[in-house]
Design a protein around this ligand. Structure first.
Ligand SMILES: NC(=O)c1ccc[n+]([C@@H]2O[C@H](COP(=O)([O-])OP(=O)(O)OC[C@H]3O[C@@H](n4cnc5c(N)ncnc54)[C@H](O)[C@@H]3O)[C@@H](O)[C@H]2O)c1
Length: 411
């Protein structure tokens, strides 16, 4: 396994739980040391789970340790550069390092989300620098991860896994590998199909979230309850899939992956307008939220400058501490730039070092605040207490529906 993050660590543990010895490579010494100590840093994997497989899980920074492995899975980050273009740096450096130790007969599977063509055109040539021929002396496949951090109903075991191989034999080997940890392996014709499948899934979500966010902004002007509209539409038993509005789109995948497709599409003179538009709408949401808070304060005869604002929930979704691309951070930056005094409460995120803030107990965060903004509602959040304690509450998640109070404003 190369890359021991949200994707790689659960995969490594799953194979170790099946009785395999797993060499787990990461360039981050702290992560390697943490696994060696049996301490998990990923919410989906408990330290007990790590301890249970400690004899078969071998964390290391050395690629050379991969030499005896039959299969090598790659789950390194695929971020965007500052100007929102694919950054294959981590993947290229992993491929280069792997080429140095690649063995005849090994199977290499890329799991990182990326544009169609990456496996064949970027990874394979790197690996062939080993002197071995792909599809002949070693096998290559692409299989996208569908993990949803924090989710317990759909796991690696019961979420169908899509696999595309460079050759029929590559596919056959990759399918046999994944069948060990996954009940349903879906075979597709090429790595490109598998790569694009993942992007379609993410673009689909991004576009639908943008659609409902745009509707939320319209509803705000029209003074219509967007939550009621979505809930009513969701009673249609066919042809409609419910997405809820919110303060913006977060997480590692949705704000990033669609741009991989848009970038690749430009090479083919084919604009992907849905992708770009969804990105634009979703990126505008934090600004809309700040305007909404400003307006709500104004209605209470307060200016944003100098107002105390308690932010409730800063991770990008309930139940996890993942801050990646979290719209809450953008909203807090904007509020701070406009002179608001911020506190926050999030049991999953003890500290926001960049903002110089630490999470406070709910009561302390709300004390003296002029307004509370609910940006993420973790399970167990005492909403009644929020509404009772803050002079003004702006709810961007629709979680206070059912509570009637004069100081409550909803998206
Ligand atoms: N997090 C998710 O929910 C999710 C879901 C599906 C797909 N993905 C995709 O999976 C890939 C990995 O995502 P993640 O969330 O696990 O990322 P992550 O940042 O949690 O973990 C990546 C790990 O790779 C390590 N790494 C970086 N460069 C390396 C190198 N050259 N050699 C060895 N290790 C290296 C990092 O230190 C880190 O521990 C990405 O392409 C992502 O888009 C993520």
């Amino acid at each position: 396994m190369i890359g021991l993050g949200y994707v790689g660590l659960p995969l490594a543990v799953a194979f170790a739980e099946q009785g395999h010895h797993v060499v787990a490579v990461d360039t981050d010494q702290r992560r390697v040391a943490s696994i060696a100590r049996g301490e998990s840093y990923i919410e989906d994997i408990s330290s007990e789970q790590l301890a249970a497989v400690s004899e078969r899980l071998h964390p290391t920074r050395r690629y050379a340790d991969l030499a005896p492995c039959e299969a090598v899975l790659i789950a390194v980050p695929t971020p965007l550069t500052r100007n929102r273009e694919p950054d294959l740096g981590p993947l290229m450096s992993a491929g280069h390092a792997l080429a140095g130790v690649l063995q005849q007969g090994q199977l290499v599977v890329l799991e990182s989300t990326t544009y169609p063509g990456t496996t064949r055109e970027r990874l394979v040539p790197l690996l062939e620098e080993s002197g071995l021929a792909a599809g002949k002396e070693f096998n290559v496949a692409f299989s996208p991860e569908r993990i949803d951090p924090g989710r317990t109903d759909y796991t690696l075991r019961n979420t169908p896994k899509v696999v595309g191989g460079l050759t029929a034999r590559c596919l056959e080997r990759a399918v046999a590998l994944y069948e060990e940890v996954c009940d349903d392996v879906v075979q597709v014709g090429t790595p490109e199909v598998a790569e694009l499948t993942k992007l379609l899934e993410n673009v689909f979500r991004s576009v639908n979230i943008a659609l409902v966010n745009e509707l939320a902004m319209l509803c705000d002007r029209m003074k219509i309850d967007v939550w009621e509209v979505v809930e009513a539409a969701a009673t249609k038993p066919y042809g409609f899939m419910s997405f809820t509005p919110g303060p913006g789109m977060g997480g590692h995948c949705l704000p990033v992956d669609p741009f991989y497709l848009a970038w690749r599409a430009r090479e083919f003179d084919q604009p992907t307008e849905f992708v770009e538009l969804a990105g634009e709408v979703n990126q505008a949401m934090p600004y809309f939220c700040v305007d909404k808070i400003t307006q709500a304060l104004n209605d209470h005869e307060k200016a944003i400058r100098g107002s105390g604002i308690a932010v409730i929930g800063v991770s990008y979704k309930p139940g996890v501490g993942d801050l990646r691309e979290s719209p809450a951070i953008k909203i807090m930056q904007l509020l701070s730039e406009r002179g608001a005094q911020l506190t926050y409460h999030d049991d999953f995120v003890p500290e926001l070092a960049d903002l110089g803030l630490r999470s406070q107990p709910l009561e302390a965060a709300l004390e003296g605040a002029d307004a509370a903004a609910i940006l993420t509602a973790h399970p167990g959040l005492d909403l009644e207490a929020v509404v009772a304690s803050a002079p003004l509450v702006v709810d961007f998640r629709g979680v206070t529906r059912g509570i009637e109070a004069k100081n409550l404003v909803r998206l």
